[in-house]
Every structure is written in C-alpha cells, then in structure tokens.
Write a protein of this length. Structure first.
Length: 123
C-alpha cells in the first residue's frame, strides 16, 4: 500500500467514490483527488469542505473546465461542466445512515441491505 502522506499525521479523510477523496493532514496540507476532473480545477477550485459537505449533506458539486479535443485530426477547445465532489458511489449500495456500504450484487435490494446493516450494528 502506498503512503501518500510520507509518514505525516492524517487529521481527516473523506472518501466519496472510487478515486475521489480528500486527505487533510495535521500541518494543514491537503491532498485532493477527483478522477476525470482536471488537476488545476481540483487544486484551485475544490476545497476539503466541499468533500465534507457532499458526504454529510448529500450535495453534488459541478465545476467547469476547458479541454482540448481532437476529432478526425481536427483539434478544438471545449468547455465541460463535470460533477466533482459527489456523494453517490457508482459501485456500492449506501445505507440510510450515509456511512455503511455494501458492494452491488451482494444483496438484491436496498431494503435487504438496510436490514443487513441494522443486524450488524445490533451485534
């Protein structure tokens, strides 16, 4: 496993989806990742508080970016408005409490998943 913090103390971690997370270190340094969103947009416009708000308030954020595309050897610029911090995981069921999750296919319905999570919490 890779140590992204190089031994520094992690104060807070928020993982929203696969490859979309934010790590706040004790010294105030912040590591933010959002796959599919340009690095300069992540660095300049997305904050750790937005990841936290997305997780606890179930709010989806959108950020715009300019990209270069090519089609049939013709290069052109395009403006994209992409979903950045979003609490909706595309690979897991999220329980009603917003924290517990199970992989898709593990149980057949959301009701079964919620019942399973409740059973685990009782034990």
């Amino acid at each position: 496993m890779k140590d992204e913090c190089a031994g520094r103390v992690i104060e807070e971690y928020i993982g929203l989806r696969p490859k979309m997370y934010s790590i706040l270190e004790a010294g105030g340094h912040n590591i933010k990742k959002a796959k599919g969103v340009r690095k300069n947009v992540v660095k300049k416009h997305i904050r750790h508080e937005q990841y936290k708000e997305a997780l606890f308030s179930k709010r989806t954020f959108r950020h715009g970016m300019n990209v270069l595309r090519s089609k049939k050897h013709h290069i052109y610029g395009e403006y994209l408005n992409k979903i950045s911090p979003s609490p909706y995981d595309s690979k897991r069921w999220i329980a009603e409490n917003g924290v517990d999750t199970l992989a898709y296919g593990y149980l057949s319905s959301a009701a079964e998943m919620d019942a399973y999570v409740e059973e685990l919490l009782r034990d």
